[in-house]
Design a protein around this ligand. Structure first.
Ligand code: NAG
Ligand code: NAG
Ligand code: NAG
Ligand code: NAG
Ligand code: NAG
Ligand code: NAG
Length: 291
């Protein structure tokens, strides 16, 4: 592989890959790996770009050192396109997927994602169509252990009256941040440890301090409540299940071999002119940060 394609793979991995951990919690080493999609491989770049993973890791560390919010952004891009941070599970990802020739529009992307105001039934049904089970759903929701949200994504729980499920003091504080249903402020998703990839999100839920309906309802709904509790009491279990769910999700609709293309720039199809999509992508990324 020449240096140009090694570079483009590198750019793409920035978007679709790894949960880079800064502290080294190796959780999946001893575990059976789930089956991987045909055409992908754990060692895809072994001979063509052997330093790929360390290059990506070092580059991401620099990015997060400058701006930790980038970690949540990347996690969401991975969630919603096919998904890093301080601590958290470290795992191998199957490599070799290629980039699509089509681009989901902002509308289609958003239509395919359950809204933050969705209840557990809606989310389970929506993700079951992608072969994700309730454990996967609860695990992936744990991605809300980092990141921020605009008031609009949870104003349904504050206005006209406060959701009775929500902890009273938590709700009162949210109303300082979001005094009206049109306030444009932001707040953290995980009040206990907003920048750390850990299991505190589940402890928030058990204390009725989940931000979105889609978060808090996981603890209300009998089908998922036990899973939330099990992750709240056992972080290793959360990491283990999170890795499985990420690997499952990351292999939806993969393109391999001669399918698709390798983008020179991850955010643009090779045939696209630079200027065309810039603003579309920025809008999509902005919306996705909210999910
Ligand atoms: C979940 O949301 C759907 C769609 O809004 C609604 O039809 C359903 O009644 C809700 N289920 C529960 C248990 O609240
Ligand atoms: C939120 O926005 C309002 C204006 O809508 C502003 O007055 C208030 O100080 C902001 N609060 C926080 C915590 O940022
Ligand atoms: C905000 O609340 C007002 C009054 O209840 C309502 O008319 C309006 O539709 C709400 N706006 C949003 C964005 O929810
Ligand atoms: C809302 O806040 C964002 C920054 O957080 C800003 O870019 C945007 O222009 C604001 N929108 C409005 C309507 O004030
Ligand atoms: C926590 O989960 C891990 C991973 O599944 C498991 O090995 C361990 O036994 C669990 N710990 C407890 C105290 O249940
Ligand atoms: C990739 O394309 C985006 C969107 O046009 C642009 O903002 C970015 O600078 C490009 N990156 C590189 C490395 O060319």
């Amino acid at each position: 592989m020449d240096s140009v394609s090694c570079r483009s793979v590198f750019l793409c991995l920035l978007l679709i890959s790894t949960f880079v951990s800064i502290s080294h919690v190796k959780v999946c080493e001893a575990q059976a790996k789930p089956p991987i999609a045909k055409g992908l491989s754990w060692t895809f770049y072994h001979s063509t770009c052997p330093k790929l993973e360390s290059i990506v890791r070092n580059e991401l560390k620099k990015v997060f050192k400058k701006d930790i919010a980038q970690a949540a952004g990347l996690l969401r891009v991975h969630f919603h396109d096919c998904f890093v941070q301080s601590g958290g599970p470290e795992y191998d990802i199957p490599l070799g997927r290629r980039d699509g020739l089509t681009f989901a529009t902002r509308e289609v992307t958003l239509a395919n994602l359950p809204a933050p105001s969705s209840n557990t039934t809606t989310i389970l049904n929506s993700l079951a169509t992608k072969n994700l089970d309730p454990t996967d759903v609860v695990s992936l929701s744990g991605g809300h252990t980092i990141g921020i949200s605009h008031c609009s994504s949870f104003s349904n729980r504050l206005f006209p009256t406060q959701d009775p499920v929500m902890d009273k003091t938590f709700g009162k504080n949210l109303r300082f941040t979001c005094p009206t249903n049109t306030t444009n402020n932001t707040t953290v998703l995980d009040i206990r440890s907003p920048n750390k990839f850990d299991n505190k999100y589940y402890i928030d839920l058990m204390n009725r301090q989940g931000l979105f309906t889609s978060d808090q309802d996981l603890y209300t709904d009998k089908r998922t409540r036990g899973i939330v509790t099990s992750f709240a009491v056992n972080q290793s279990l959360f990491f283990e299940k999170f890795v499985i769910a990420m690997l499952k999700m990351g292999q939806l609709n993969v393109l391999t071999g001669n399918q698709g293309e390798i983008r020179a720039n991850c955010s643009l199809r090779n045939k696209d002119k630079k200027t065309l999509l810039t603003s579309v992508m920025e809008n999509v990324v902005e919306d996705l940060i909210e999910m």
